[in-house]
Design a binder for this molecule. Sequence first.
Ligand code: SER
Length: 388
Amino acid sequence: MNTEQIIHTFVEYFEERGHRRITGSTLLPPPGDPVLFTTSGMHPLTPYLEGRPHPLGRRLVNVQRCLRTTDLEEVGDATHLTVFEMLGTWSLGDYEGSLSLDWGFKLLTEGLGVDPGLLHATVFAGDDRTGPDTASQQVWQDLGVPVELTVEDNWWSNGPVGPCGPDSEIFLWSGNTPPRSTPTRDHRWVEVWNHVMMRHRRLEDGSLVPLPQRNVDTGLGVERLAALLQGKSSVFDCDVFDPWRRTVPDLWPLDEPSLRLVYDHVRSAVVVLGDGVRPANTGRGYVPRRLLRRVLTTLWRDDPSRSLGDLPGELFSHTLDHFRQDADPSDVRRLLLGEERRFGRLLERGSQVLARPRFRRTLTDEDFHYLHDTHGLPRDLVISLRQE
Ligand code: SER
């Protein structure tokens, strides 16, 4: 099943159960929101989880593109991407978490063909403030799905304050052997779907108060599920990356971790630019700049003649189409090349700065900060320039 089919099956399943689809579009949060980018499907819905009536009702479904730079260092492993799509469902004070879990199990097994024997769930064990989530535990027991109880891993919050609650996560076995152990003990259990019983609000002083309504907020990462359903061991092997894997390795013979970094970061930069962000030294614009500089640092380490201009236009149009973005692929390409030229000039200046006597010794953290803040030279770039 390809990504588009997964999205279609998911949305249709919940529409048949009374959910209305909301447009999960831009990465940019609504005006006045302090975060730079939308990091989860529920993020734009925060006011409605807190009780404001949603114009489309109490049952919602969507496909939301999300960006998480907190995971940047993890990009390249089998499950993390900077930009990804999240399928989400919400009960805004309507049905309870147990129904959501039951539907989740049926959609995965009957709708998407997952072998029930490859599922494991985790459930909140309770702590000194909130009791154990026995309702969710009961659902899994009735369905015959093994359950692991945890405390921190099964409490979801978007930040230090705001809506939060116990969650129940569904894991799918990705190993070549029959399933064994539990999600916290064996990383071959991959988390695919999180159901959050969003019924508390955390205040500044850390205390919890009940939200005006009992919500359910669920999120499922599309690329992760696609990879598993397609029998692939990493998100980079799912259909979304087909055009990348077909073209980039021939262009640039890089090792696998570097290829993954290139796929993820170029694709993410294209999507961010496609949403209208322009590269800059601060704020939102620093994200595409940083992503592209990491790519160029990787490419130029072996061969400084490599250029983002060598990438086939198909990669830009495929990515923008996939994310249903209207931006013109040639505009995006022009922006990438502008960034590349700018970074090239920065490197030239960097080499001159590093040639100064002050930097011809072991560099301290203070030196790295100075080089970064004053000359815009990232640490890994300084390190690779000094190795030349
Ligand atoms: N808020 C949960 C998450 O981001 C489910 O949407 O995982």
